[in-house]
Design a protein. Sequence first.
Length: 117
Amino acid sequence: MNKSQIYQGLMAAALTTAALAFAAPAYAAVDAAAAEALARQNNCFKCHGLTKKKDGPSFQESAAKFKGKPDAEARIVHHLTSGEKAKFPDDHEEDHKIIKAKDEAEIKNLANWILSQ
């Protein structure tokens, strides 16, 4: 293999790595077990399914809604912590339950877990 072939191979590998980096979501590493436990502790699965809609959208639907949006994590964290209105299938609205966690890192982990669905 000559230097030109080695250079071309390295360039192809670098371009592939760069393409994969941009294709992957920019969400933080997720501790899925901790996020799911927090969701269960806060009774999130009463209104949300992983893949099936209940009174609220599935986590998969929420992830799709925010896919590619740079403020996705912040918007979900706000929704989980602000008590903003949630609209139900029968068109009534209620304050969304505020997630109880020991710190903001737990809530960010939950938001990123939702985004990873």
